[in-house]
Design a protein around this ligand. Sequence first.
Ligand SMILES: [Zn+2]
Length: 305
Amino acid sequence: MDLGNNQVKLPKFKEAIKAKFHRHLPTNSIVKQGFISCVADKYYLSVSYEDNKPEPKPTTIRKAVGLDMGLESLVIASNGVFYPYKKFFQNLQTKLTKAQRRLSKKLKGSSNRKKQAKKVAQIHASISNSREDYLHKISNEIITNQYDLLAVETLKVRNLVKNHKLAKSIANASWSRLISLLEYKAGWKGKTLIKIDQYFPSSQICSTCGSNTGKKPLHIRNFVCPCCQTHHHRDLNASINIRNYALGMLDERHAIKVDKTRVGMTRSYACGDSADGVVTKYGYILDIASYGSLKQEAHPSLAGG
Ligand SMILES: [Zn+2]
C-alpha cells in the first residue's frame, strides 16, 4: 500500500486511486495495515501505522481539568470553557427526520425507496463525519491546552435509557467517543486521564464549600448553595467537582460522604496501582501543599482561567 499526495495505491489495483486525506501521517511512519469500509456509497481507508516517536516523558501534574457532559453544551470544562453542540447537528437531524419519513412512505422494493434509502444513509454519514471532525478538534484543544490531568465522568447511562430522542443518543454517543479520543491522545502526550463513574454525585456537591446540596431535577440549571450562598451553574459546578474529586481533594474536607465502593476510578494506564491514591504511569500528582493553588481555581469566579 502506498499513500501519495492525493491518491492511494492499493495492492491488487493497477492504478492509483484518487483520495481525499482527512489526516496526514507523521513523517517516517510505517504503514502497517489498512481497512477499507463503505459508508453511503463512499469508500474509506483507515490505516494503522507506527511512528518512530519515543515514548512520552512523564509530565508533572500542574494543571488539572474536569469535564462534564451537559444538556446545552456537549462539554463543560472546569476552567469555564463550554463546548457547544454544533448547530449543524440540528440541521442535519431535521434533514434526517424528514428523509426518514419520506423513506417510510415509499413502496417496499421500489426503486424510489432504494434512492431514498441512499439519501438517508448519506445524511447519516455526514452527521457522523461532522461529529467526528468536531470531536477531534475539541479533544486536541483540551489535550494541548496545558492540562496534565483530565478528569471525566463516564456516560450517564440512566439518562440515555430514559430518553430515546435522537438528539440525546447523538449526545451520548459523542460523549463516549470524545472520552476515547481524549484517552488515546492523553496517552500520546504522556498525560493522565481519570474516569469517574456516574455514581459520583457531581451535581449535588457544592464545589465551593463541599456540602451536599441534594438531588436536583434536570431542568434546574442554576442553583444557590444553601450553606455558602454561592451561585452555581449546574454543569460548571459538576465539572469542578469532577476535577476536584480526581485530585482527591473532596476527601480532605469530610463535608460529604463518598461511597468509595461505588465511586470507581479507572485510569488510562493500569499499572502499579495503589489503593489509597491516584497512581499514574506517566505523571505524578503533586504533594498536598501544592493543591492550594489548584483549590483556589475551584472558585466559580475564576471562570476564565
Ligand atoms: Zn456551598
